[in-house]
Design a protein around this ligand. Sequence first.
Ligand code: ZN
Length: 259
Amino acid sequence: MDDKNPASMHEQLDAESRERYARQILLPEVGETGQKELFTKKVLIVGAGGLGTPCSLYLAGAGVGEIDLVDSDVVALSNLPRQVMYRMDDIGKPKALLLAERLMAANPGVKVNPIVKRLDKDNIKEVVQGHDVVAACLDNLATRYILNEACVEAGIPMVEAAVSGFTGMVTVVMPGKGPCYQCLFPKRSTASKKPSSPPPIAGPAPGIAGALEASEVLKLLLNIGEPLVGRMLLFDLKMGQFQIVTASRREDCEICGGM
Ligand SMILES: [Zn+2]
């Protein structure tokens, strides 16, 4: 963090911060106190693709103090229709580095740490620890399960989203308080490292789901409203429908059962 970095909890917001976050500070749920609180928070975003791009843009924009951004991929031509932050001259370059650079260019008061690595069972605990909230912005099942397990074990809330076609789902895993990802989707044996063929995706679907994830992260960081714990928000853009489905923990869940 540099000199422009926002004031600590005990100091007044500086003039630039007051101007930058003016509309957000006007929210009674945020105010100057909430804004200063956001500056102290640390979020992990796993994935810098269709979900991670909008999610990270809104969190950096909101002034979350520190963001760790993990992704092992490089930008491909087929990403551009939905990962609209990236440009033609980004093709072949690591997404985590590009996105971190752009987030900090948009808001130099936010510290963004790009981590170019693929998460696996051996490194995930170390990457997850020390964060207030984790946003899962993933495109594969295997990583969703190991990230869920690491977050439950560390007691860190995780915001989860997935999209397919014109549809999407967003939910929050709050360890010990609601169902974990494996309670919701227990068929671990079907998890493969990557989908065998890329699923169809309408560009706006991850844009909407990623923005919803950012909103859930901010709610958790500031203790605002009702996070999607034990609830899945499902949307179908083709039908123009949003709905909530409730879900419970499974007592026999091998990840969170007995907590
Ligand atoms: Zn569970």
